[in-house]
Structure formats: C-alpha cells, structure tokens
Design a protein around this ligand. Sequence first.
Ligand SMILES: Nc1nc2c(c(=O)[nH]1)N[C@H]1C(S)=C(S)[C@@H](COP(=O)(O)O)O[C@H]1N2
Ligand SMILES: [Mo]
Length: 416
Amino acid sequence: MATAAGVLAAPVPAVPALTPGRAAAAEEGATPAPGPAPAPAAASSSVPGIVKPLPAEWFVPRGTNAETRWDAFRDADGDAVVGRHVPVERFFVRNHTSTPLIDPDTWRLRLFGSGLRGGPTAEHPVEFGLEELRELPSTRISALIECAGNGRSYYAGQQGQPVPGTPWTLGGVGSASWRGVRLAEVLRAAGLTGAAVDVLPVGLDPDYVVGGTNYGPVRRPLPIAKALDDVLLAYEMNGEPLTPDHGAPARLVVPGWVGIASIKWVGSLEVADRPLYSPWNTDFYRMFGPDYPPGGGEPLTTQVVKSAFELAAGARLAAGRRHRLHGRSWSGAAAVRRVEVSADGGRTWRRADLRDEPRADGWTRWGIDWRPERPGRYELRARATDRRGNTQPERAVFNREGYLFGAVVAHPVTVV
Ligand SMILES: Nc1nc2c(c(=O)[nH]1)N[C@H]1C(S)=C(S)[C@@H](COP(=O)(O)O)O[C@H]1N2
Ligand SMILES: [Mo]
C-alpha cells in the first residue's frame, strides 16, 4: 500500500559504487511499498539525508535523525501494533550525516591491519563481497539498538541540567531481528591472530564535519573481546535485506552496547595488535563532568536500564474508568525482571504484569491497570530492574554530553 507521500524507498535504484549525498534520489523511480506497511494519514515529515518516509504519526524529526514515537506502538483502540520487533519502516534513525546509497554488487568489505596474519595493508586488504559473506555460516539474533543519547532531553526537562546534542525523549531505541555472519567468523576467515586487540569498523557515509572540524568518517574501535563474543555483521533486518537508512548492505550489531558501536554501512575493518583511537572513543561517547575523572571516563559500552509508556506525553484519559497502561523496559546488561509503576509522584509503587519472559536480547513488555478517580494532571512513572540488580534511579548523574539518561522518567497525563 502506498503512503500518503506515495512511495517507500525500499527498492534502491542501482547506483555506481558509493554515492553519498544522493539519498534524496532514492525517491525517484521508487515503487509503492509491496509489504504490509499501513498508509499513515499525515504527510511525511522529512529529514534531509534519510531515505525512508517519516510520517508524523510515527516519527519526530530531530536534525539529521528521526525519533520513533512511543504512542505509535498502539492504535486508537489501545491495541498493540508493534510486537517484539519494531518494523523497519518505524525504526528510529540516527545519522551523523546522511544515508549513503551503496551498490551491493560492487561493495566490498576490506580487512587489514597488524592483527591479521601477514599484516595486510589498507592498499592490499583481504576482501569479501556480499555474496561471499552470505556463504559464510549465518546467524540470526534479536537485539536492541539504542542511542547513547536516548532520553537526553530529560537532563534539562527533569533535572534542570541543559546539555547540547539531539534532544531525544525515549524513542531513540528499537528492537529487531538481525541476520548476518558473526564478526568472529569474518575475522577468522580474514586470518585473525592472537595478537589482535582492537577492531575499527569505518562507515561509508560522508565525513562528519561540525564547527569547522572534519572528524572523518564515522568509526569507533571495538575491543577484540566484544568483537569475538556476540557481535554480528548483519545484512538482514526483520527478515529483509538491510534498507539504506539502517546500514545497507552491511552493518555491525553490537548487543547491549551504545548504538554508536553498531557502525552502519561498514566499508572496512582495521584489526590491530594495539589500541586504536578515533574521535568516537576519545572525544565523543565518553563521560565528562564533575562526577567523572578529569580526562573523562572510559569509552561507553553497556546501555543502562530504561522504561517507556506506550502513550503520548500529555495523553488524556477519562476519570472514573479503568485504563490498561502498557509499556516496555530494557537494559543493556541483562534481562528486565521487575517493573513497578507509580501514579502518585513516586510515593507508592505497584508491580506491573510482565508480558514477556525476561530475556537479555530484548525488552520486557508490561501492563498495569490504573483507575484515576479525579480529573487533573498526573505523572506516571515506571521503574525497572534487571537480573543483575540494576535499577532506575531518581536522578541520572550529569555528564556534559547528556549520555545514558537512565533515571525514572515522569510521564505527564491529563485525566478529564
Ligand atoms: N556509519 C555510521 N554508523 C552509525 C551511525 C552513523 O551516523 N554512521 N550512527 C550510529 C549511532 S549514534 C546509532 S544510535 C546507530 C543508529 O542505528 P539506526 O539508525 O539503524 O537506528 O547507528 C550507529 N552507526
Ligand atoms: Mo547514537
């Protein structure tokens, strides 16, 4: 079914090799979506550099990014329209620059560096085409991708601590099923040695330039232990080939870690026998601030515990009626095993009913009944605890960039 904008950009026109900055061209010649995409009523709000349509009922545009709306997880009757995995067309997009269109037929993954047998150089790398990767044993996993800045707006909104950067509410997260080849498998096939320390995936998107500084292509070193543990080089998302916005033809999926680790549009992997650096593990995605070491904390890895209601901020609910409140909680460290909800400013808490068997590779969906008797303004709060005992505090520790806001979020509603 076609969207109001008429097109979905699923079939990418073949373009010669890499043509960054041509994302908008994907609209040309695109055909109506063949899949089950419903027809959103409102016109797409567009973000320059994102290929897929961004209907206003599903997304909030944020600069070069698009935030998924939590209230879009349910329809007007309150029925769930998003299951355990978020459909690709509703999945949030975080782009430092813009979505490149890459021809999967000519794309090559290049591996080089001192951590590979024979020390292949960038000029003479070990190469894999997409078909060759598909011939390696494949694996399917569920994993969340979540931006380190998800929830950032609450540093200012809830704690009076303004921070720069994309003011996400809680929609910079999504869960999907990914298929691809384990990074460990690719590294071994390329001649991994025991001396390898770090792996540096480099994106094929345009260089990241801010304030007159060119930081080069988006790239962030990954410690070899994590690379060999559970990282996937994914070429499918929810059973379909990756779409341009989510990293086609191949991206990393780094379970439990901040989204920046999951480099999209991977062009090369440097495997080194010494630590590697890029601005993404020295300047960005580390903690700076009064409660952190003077030179900053370690590069961010695991995500914190969070919870969200599948409800609009400021939703209106009828007084004197029982409402079923729904939400999801997740953690980068372990399965979420307990969720409590408060409707009285955090004075009393009730256990929510868990609708999923807690699992480390996804969120836990939950529900709880609430019957507000009197009209007025209320704040709903949800607080989750994972199997390691990590729980959501009342306040998040401030950091200059506003990363990892894990505190309980006050969700305003009006009872009428
Ligand atoms: N090459 C490249 N990879 C990237 C990014 C990017 O801008 N360029 N953004 C990162 C960040 S910050 C996040 S949170 C995730 C978002 O993945 P998504 O857009 O598929 O939701 O991709 C990561 N991988
Ligand atoms: Mo991110």
